[in-house]
Design a protein around this ligand. Structure first.
Ligand SMILES: O=C(O)CCC(=O)C(=O)O
Length: 238
């Protein structure tokens, strides 16, 4: 039997998105200032992603590279690359996860195989368009992205950050965990201790409002998962 779309247990909200529900909004805070939306790629695009999956995976860089996490330069536990608009990395700001690491690439063009995803997302946008993409390639459940919040410097205000998930095997979705931050001079009005969302093949998850200010997100290790995953994260820069 399919699990319910949302289940609350011991203060943790478990979300198991279903294609039956074309779009769902989940508020993270009492004030409704932070929320996520879950939607789906079209059936045609999911079919394209399934057929091209191995080619999409093969695009990952040779080296895993380094990222800055909590002031430290560390080896990345996945492959990643940023394409198109390149926000300036400011070494003085050591606390933020800055856009896919510290490597410098001359060619920032988006590989043609990924263009369809960008076009599909931008087709639905009017005032502003997505103009930056970070792709993460996870070899299996040992690869992960640690809890972090995204730096929004230079982004168009009030625009969301959208994650697209592609799975090698749809029976092995990874999970996005969203956890509240301890805020400095303010109470965090988070509704849940954590929110755990299954990232299914073809799902789109957009983080809105004060999600980055009040919450962290990450994809934890999942040692029972032998399969790979690709995520594309889209942002709108000025
Ligand atoms: O792989 C994912 O879905 C998460 C990616 C992410 O959090 C990021 O690139 O900031």
């Amino acid at each position: 039997m399919e699990e319910a779309f949302q289940q609350l247990k011991d203060g943790i909200l478990y979300v198991n998105p279903s294609k039956e529900q074309k779009s769902a909004t989940i508020f993270l805070s009492e004030s409704k200032s932070s929320w996520i939306c879950i939607e789906w790629l079209s059936d045609d695009l999911v079919a394209y992603a399934t057929n091209q999956y191995q080619n999409l995976f093969a695009i990952h860089p040779v080296e895993r590279g380094k990222v800055v996490m909590y002031s430290e330069e560390v080896d990345s536990p996945r492959w990643h690359r940023s394409y198109l608009h390149q926000p300036e990395r400011q070494p003085s700001r050591k606390t933020s996860y800055m856009y896919s690491g510290i490597e410098h690439y001359e060619d920032l063009s988006l590989p043609v195989l990924f263009q369809k995803f960008m076009d599909a997302l931008n087709e639905k946008e009017n005032a502003n368009k997505y103009n930056q993409v970070i792709v993460n390639w996870y070899a299996n459940g040992k690869d992960y992205i640690a809890q972090h919040s995204d730096c929004q410097e230079g982004m168009i205000p009030n625009t969301g950050i959208t994650l697209v998930t592609l799975c090698e095997d749809e029976n092995f979705p990874r999970e996005l965990r969203i956890t509240p931050k301890n805020l400095k001079n303010e109470r965090n009005d988070n509704l849940y201790r954590h929110v755990n969302i299954k990232l299914k093949h073809g799902c789109l998850l957009t983080m809105h409002g004060e999600t980055q200010k009040k919450f962290r997100h990450g994809v934890p290790k999942d040692f029972n998962n032998p399969t790979s995953r690709i995520s594309l994260t889209f942002r709108m820069f000025q």
